[in-house]
Design a protein around this ligand. Sequence first.
Ligand SMILES: *Cc1c(COP(=O)(O)O)cnc(C)c1O
Length: 473
Amino acid sequence: MKKFENSKTNSFKIPPVHKILNLPVAQQLIDKYGHLIVVNAVRDILSKYRNNQKKKSYNNKIISYNDIIKLLKVRVSSETKDTLIPIFNLSGIILHSNFGRALLPKIALNKTVDVLRSNYNLEYDVQTGKRSDRENHIEKKLCSLIGAEAVTIVNNNAAAVMLILNTLARRKEVLISRGELIEIGGSFRLPDIMKSSDCILREIGTTNRTNLNDYEDAVKSKTGLIFKAYSSNFTISGYTKIVDEKDLVDLSQKTNLPFVIDLGSGSIIDLSKMGFKFESTPYDKLKLGVDLVTFSGDKLMGGPQCGIIAGRSDLIKKINKNAMKRAMRCDKYTIAALYSVLKIYQNPMKAINEIPTLRFLTRTKDEIREQAERIYNKIEPLFREQIKVRIVNCFSQMGSGALPNLSIPSVGIAFKHSDKKKNGLFPIKFAEKLRKLPTPIIGRINDSSLVLDLRCLEKETDLIRQLQSLKNR
Ligand SMILES: *Cc1c(COP(=O)(O)O)cnc(C)c1O
């Protein structure tokens, strides 16, 4: 083995970069990963040696080509590793913010791919040969689905809220109940959103109780709008009072102030008709006389990430004139995906099967149990010696702040150590093992078990294969 060593001084000489690059192993790495990444890695490794030499920490060590090559391989492989990888969401949370929330229906995916691959009439009127608006593809369909006069869309619901506030209440007071000053994940905090939108927050009532006269007393000449935000990720219970939305509609009409509701999640179809106890839809709110509603495209609606603003057309017109709108407008992928999702919704019965969010939500417990049994039969014998595998009842949730009070009965597979004494750390360790699989499996820890909630599982054979491969790890 060749060594870079000066035996007299017991220090070593660091080889030049090109010497390393000329080694056959380095050449192989270059062929596979490209010159740039390998050169940069070699430079970095050598400069680390140099620094260490200065600090004398390597004085008694000898470095060899082999040491360098070993480091180089590790370095190049970690830098070229896939970081965006699929996972199995068996957490029981249908819309998991960390896992990308709603999954797009196949039809919408195909359409989006095609729109990206070919030229489309995105902003072009084929009949007149003139420029048109990209939102034309969305507006009519969405308006008729949710009973709105007009709609507009932006990148996400946070943007939608900011755009409304900035357009309709800039430098004015926005009335909002103290119980609705929400923070949702990803640093969406209403007081900060108000500030960034150049609005003055005017808190109404108390945390647990707000009365209509609290609003009435607060209305002044500097009031810009009445705002309501759905507390999508928590509930207040006990001695509480909120003002009826119909009363706020009346107040807004009396005072000529817009009344806006940030729904967070908005369902296009009325799921309460399907036996789910659900909050009302954007359609219901607009029918009640709310001036504008906003909601996310990738929560209950099950579409692409976007923020939908719907309601009075005079207000939407103003919003579209705000320069911020241009900075927040949706790209063509979103337009294409949303367009297809809306087309699916035109036939609501089809929507339940086609749109993954709704398909997951409406899967019956019996159906999930049958799936659990199939999986159990294939994997239980492999684990039997050390791990107790069982089919268990569990509860799924909608997630992403949608329907926070709803526990949806589901079925899962639970893994537990057969030795009771070892139960303590087992679920944490087993969860870690599952995360290290080529396609990580994310479950949920429940007491001394790790539970895989099967509600959102579609790639059953892939999951079985991953679990079987654990045996050899
Ligand atoms: C989720 C949510 C938002 C933010 O929506 P994004 O689409 O994630 O930007 C805002 N308000 C409420 C009430 C929400 O639940």
